[in-house]
Design a binder for this molecule. Structure first.
Ligand code: 2AM
Ligand code: CA
Length: 270
């Protein structure tokens, strides 16, 4: 395992321990609201602090971009951290959340770890070396089209600017698949497409820490990820993305296309 990935796994495990311990004492949890429908708990903050401490012990100069702490430092290597992806599930005692750590080197995502502490699952990937669930190699599903497929997504919950466009996409896609899942953790959605549990996934308005690790994982599992019009770049910046195996990616883009507007395909956060 690459030394950077090794540290990322160690940090993700430690954060996972903090999260599981807190999940067993949920009645004592303090919850703050960052903005409407955007919650943070002391667990998010503790987990992020622990991750940063482990990274900085091994690599004191590396930069960090964390969901809770923002940008720290400036270095060609940036660790992009979501200490608890699926905080809303966590608050409700719904055991579907993860730690996500992506490593970007000179602007390119190179390594990713997504850890689901409740299920004891660690997804890892390094560019050029494949994607793994625990020690097993994973690949995207071999679905040939939308028929019989299971597709993940996220409903608008905070910013409803593009809700009409989104619900147009949802209606088009839902009517052609075996089912849609809104599980509440973008990192796990990406990990599930990478491991073939979901055949595809799309969502709008995501943040870099939700998706950094998942992007490497998905690509190393043979998946394609892009913007809503199928464009190969700009989705980290816009936060609007679609993914799946090459056929599913094309099929989803075809359904999404009629519902797009200029704002949704521009590579700036809308
Ligand atoms: P978070 O838990 O780290 O904030 C996709 O829907 C992403 O949106 C999730 O990965 C989740 O990341 C974030 N999110 C924030 N608030 C949410 C909410 N109320 N419902 C669903 N997702 C939410
Ligand atoms: Ca998140």
């Amino acid at each position: 395992m690459h030394p950077l990935l090794n540290i990322a796994v160690r940090a993700a495990r430690r954060a996972g321990d903090i999260i599981l311990r807190a999940a067993n004492q949920r009645d004592t949890l303090t919850i703050d609201t960052k903005q409407r429908n955007d919650f943070v708990t002391e667990t998010d903050r503790q987990a992020e602090e622990e991750i940063i401490q482990i990274i900085h012990k091994a690599y004191p100069d590396h930069a960090i971009l964390g969901e809770e702490g923002g940008q720290i430092g400036d270095h060609e290597i940036t660790w992009i951290i979501d200490p608890l992806d699926g905080t809303t599930n966590f608050i409700h005692g719904l055991p579907h959340y993860a730690v996500s750590i992506g490593i970007q080197i000179r602007g390119r995502l190179e390594h990713g770890v997504i850890h689901d502490p409740g299920r004891g699952e660690i997804y890892t990937a390094t560019r050029g070396s494949g994607a793994f669930l625990n020690d097993r190699r994973i690949r995207v599903s071999s679905a040939r089209g939308l028929e019989n497929s299971l597709i993940g997504t996220g409903l608008p919950f905070r910013d409803f600017t593009h809700a009409d466009a989104y619900y147009g996409m949802l209606q088009a896609i839902a009517s052609k698949t075996a089912g849609i899942r809104r599980a509440g953790s973008a990192a796990l959605d990406l990990a599930y497409v990478a491991s073939g549990r979901l055949d595809g996934y799309w969502e709008l308005g995501l943040k870099p820490w939700d998706i950094a690790a998942g992007i490497v994982l998905l690509q190393e599992a043979g998946g394609i990820i892009g913007g809503l019009a199928g464009e190969p770049s700009g989705f980290m910046e816009s936060g609007n993305l679609v993914c799946g195996n090459p056929r599913m990616f094309a099929a989803l883009v075809r359904e999404i296309q009629p519902h797009l507007n200029e704002a949704l395909t521009s590579p700036t956060r809308q």
